[in-house]
Design a protein around this ligand. Structure first.
Ligand SMILES: NC(=O)c1ccc[n+]([C@@H]2O[C@H](COP(=O)([O-])OP(=O)(O)OC[C@H]3O[C@@H](n4cnc5c(N)ncnc54)[C@H](OP(=O)(O)O)[C@@H]3O)[C@@H](O)[C@H]2O)c1
Length: 315
């Protein structure tokens, strides 16, 4: 079975089916972001996933500018996804947040803007605003109003397509019902041990492209508990990597691509960046797909426990 390198969004734009995750690609060591973005572009990546909360936009902007000015890539060849953070949900703050992202990314538009989470926190400079008792300060700003402000960003030409991230089905339905511009993308935690099937099926039914974050199960997450499984160490993944003469990561990514998803693996390692995008030249047979499907445990590693008291907490 062939997997296309791009998928058509309901907005009419093409989204590359494999993008570079940039969460935790911090400033240190100095120059890491420049090295990673340059290596990724050289390896063929044309889709970059970023967000205000990652602190990566001011680091990505100058590298992209340099790659564009040197003629390595054209702006229109790179698909940039960014996200509106929980402290920017008030409609008047959505545009402000986008304008800061555009300034940091040194561009006049982004290809995709997502509502990062359905929860809203008190607006201001603190990304996780806390009260005197150290409790996160929630607000009841409705993401439906945030969505209407996102639509205005499309109308102003600063954003090409808009979507959601980390919403549950009921929350997606509320947005879908009022939307003048229907969401074209939903970015969720999705990998072989967290299939997120009901949410993904709902999106597919509505014509929304599903992007998988943590497609490898986020093996390097600092909060990984002892004894928690590691997808890259699963015997079935090891066996299939041997069978198809590909690496374990390639098997896991291809498994998701064959289901029609977009994948967003993150790596700061040049060999892995090249490895992770080299997934378009083999097919996992149906019976082997079924073996990988048995790895599901609904194990969510990004559950955002700090926000469980928020009225719009999705899980
Ligand atoms: N919307 C949201 O709320 C949300 C939440 C979480 C993440 N995301 C997005 O999704 C992206 C990916 O998620 P993630 O970074 O948590 O997880 P991931 O991509 O599943 O895993 C990244 C980890 O796997 C390692 N790795 C990468 N390629 C490998 C390979 N070929 N072989 C072995 N190990 C490999 C990386 O190590 P090295 O870097 O050391 O190579 C890193 O530790 C993020 O960067 C971010 O852009 C979005």
């Amino acid at each position: 079975m062939s997997v296309e390198k791009t998928v058509k969004l309901n907005s009419g734009y093409d989204m590359p089916t494999l993008g570079l995750g940039t969460f935790t690609v911090w400033q240190n060591p100095e120059g890491q972001m420049a090295r990673v973005i340059s290596a990724a572009v050289k390896a063929g990546y044309r889709h970059i996933d970023t967000a205000k909360i990652y602190g990566t936009e001011p680091l990505i902007g100058p590298v992209l500018t340099q790659l564009i000015e040197s003629g390595e890539i054209k702006r229109e060849e790179v698909f940039i996804t960014c996200k509106v953070w929980c402290t920017d949900h008030k409609p008047e703050n959505v545009k402000k947040s986008l304008e800061q992202s555009l300034k940091d990314l040194q561009t006049t538009y982004v290809d995709m803007l997502l509502i990062h989470w359905p929860m809203s926190y008190q607006a201001g400079d603190e990304l996780f605003p806390k009260d005197a008792d150290g409790e996160l300060i929630h607000t009841e700003d409705d993401y439906v109003d945030t969505w209407k402000a996102m639509e205005e960003c499309v109308e102003s030409g600063q954003v090409r397509s808009i979507g959601l991230s980390n919403f549950n089905i009921e929350q997606m339905m509320r947005v879908y019902d009022i939307a003048k511009i229907k969401p074209s993308n939903h970015q969720v935690e999705l990998n072989a041990q967290m299939t997120n099937k009901e949410v993904a099926d709902w999106c597919k039914k509505k014509g929304m492209v599903v992007s998988c974050y943590a497609p490898l199960g986020s093996p390097g997450r600092p909060w990984k508990q002892d004894g928690e499984p590691d997808l890259l160490e699963e015997p079935v993944v090891i066996k299939l990597a041997e069978k198809y003469k590909k690496t374990r990561a390639q098997v896991l990514l291809r498994h998701l691509l064959q289901k029609g998803y977009v994948v967003l693996p993150k790596s700061v390692t040049e060999t892995r960046l090249a490895e992770n995008i080299d997934v378009y030249d083999f097919t996992i047979a149906d019976d082997d797909v079924a073996k990988l499907d048995t790895l599901n445990r609904d194990l969510r590693v990004y559950s955002e426990p700090i926000a469980v008291k928020n009225p719009y907490y999705p899980f």
